[in-house]
Design a protein around this ligand. Structure first.
Ligand code: LLP
Length: 406
């Protein structure tokens, strides 16, 4: 509606920043439910499972919401695995997709009952030596396909560190045979912010082609990476089209080769990006001869995407939506050049105005830090018309907790 996001499920975010302090992360549970349903609907014709890539957002309330709506979990560390379990997941619902980790972490995950995506030949050999055929695993394939919104978030091209190159298939098969390894799934993740269906179809074909060599396979996991709309009106992944095309290939393959496969996806952004807002307050407006600067009470310590990837995050001045349009550099309070937006047109910004950063639900708080000895913000989840504090703001005590010699 017109009022969105000035009101989230009828709740005024400016009021929330007064109650819980600014800056504040706020998530709309209804959006998460809608996005999950969209994905489930698009792949209704196949046996599909969603594993939320929880590096995007590890708030326990969000993980619990995911569990409630039938979304399982993809984790990358023992810490994320533990959070999944605290949120009520059974380890069997969790996949561990590490990247070059200490094999002891893999042991921990396997022993707890999670399924591991093996991402190197040495790890595959260790897995075979350690477990033989007594534990199942999946293999992360690097398909050598370059796609993604930024070089830093492409993960499947030949030069990428992730996975075992599909060109090493003979070596993979040899290792499996040698140790009688029980491979139940093939995995790949192409990258983030992928709009077109074409790269997804390409990697699906590569994995299905590879699957012919694995007669006992149960799972094809195509990873995440669906593009969301950071810029309003920006084209996003057409999920219905993608669903139709991939489902068709998938079903044809299963029929042709007499297989009964599950199709898995691991989206992060698609499920939570749009649901999240970072609300910040304007500390000072500096009218410099070169630029107008809006300095807000946040910075790269809370939302690093603009500085790290040059990502666009749409900004609204929700305190003065009808103000006269002006151009600003929106910057943080960190002693670095932490520019959120350059030469951005906003309704006139005044000291004390609350600004909303959109699409802050994925890789926002999870990528935050305590740089400059600043506190991480609180988080609020609005679900079923009710706002709940789901993480308190940090305090000085939190900053000092790990220091010795106080
Ligand atoms: N699966 C694997 C193995 C991944 O590495 C990732 C993301 C995902 C799934 C989820 O991708 P998504 O659907 O969220 O695009 N911090 C960057 C994104 C890097 C994601 C790393 N891996 C950003 O803020 O753009």
């Amino acid at each position: 509606s017109d009022h969105y996001p000035y009101s989230i499920q009828g709740i005024d975010p400016i009021q929330l920043t007064k109650q819980y302090g600014s800056p504040l992360y706020v998530y709309d549970g209804a959006t998460i439910r809608r996005k999950a349903a969209e994905l489930q609907y698009a792949f209704a014709g196949v046996n599909m499972k969603i594993k939320f890539a929880c590096k995007a957002n590890t708030n326990l309330a969000i993980l619990r919401l995911m569990r409630e709506i039938g979304v399982e979990l993809d984790v990358v560390s023992p810490g994320e695995l533990e959070m999944g379990k605290i949120a009520g997941y059974d380890a069997s619902q969790i996949t561990f997709t590490p990247s070059g980790v200490d094999f002891e972490e893999v042991r921990e995950a396997v022993e707890t009952g999670a399924i591991v995506n093996v991402d190197s030949l040495p790890l595959l050999e260790w897995f075979g030596q350690t477990y033989g055929n007594s534990k199942p695993c999946m293999i992360r394939i690097k398909p050598n396909v370059a796609a993604g919104g930024h070089t830093k978030i492409m993960t499947a091209h030949a030069d990428s560190k992730f996975g075992i190159s599909v060109l090493l298939l003979d070596e993979i098969l040899e290792m499996i045979k040698k140790y009688d390894i029980k491979v139940i799934g093939l995995h790949q993740h192409t990258g983030s912010d992928i709009k077109d269906a074409e790269p997804f179809l390409k990697v699906a074909d590569i994995l299905l082609e590879t699957a012919k060599h694995f007669p006992d396979l149960q799972i094809i996991d195509l990873g995440g990476g669906f593009k969301v709309s950071y810029l309003p009106g920006d084209a996003i992944t057409d999920m219905d089209l993608l669903g139709k095309k991939i489902s068709k290939r998938f079903r044809t393959f299963c029929e042709e080769y007499g297989r009964d496969l599950q199709l898995w996806f691991e989206p992060g952004k698609f499920l939570v990006s749009e649901s999240g807002f970072l609300f910040v307050t304007t500390n000072v407006v500096k009218e410099d001869p070169a630029r107008n600067f809006v300095h807000v009470d946040s910075g790269l310590n809370h939302l690093i995407r603009p500085m790290m990837y040059g990502s666009y995050h749409h900004i609204l001045n929700i305190s003065n939506p009808k103000g006269e349009p002006k151009h600003y550099n929106v910057v943080g309070y960190i002693c670095e050049t932490d520019t959120f937006a350059t030469d951005r047109e906003l309704p006139e910004v005044r000291q004390g105005d609350v600004l909303a950063f959109l699409n802050a639900g994925a890789y926002g708080l999870t990528m935050s830090s305590n740089y400059n000895a600043r506190f991480r913000p609180a988080e609020v989840l609005i679900d079923n018309g009710e706002a709940k504090l789901v993480r308190r703001r940090e305090t000085m005590e939190d900053l000092l907790r790990t220091q010795t010699g106080l």
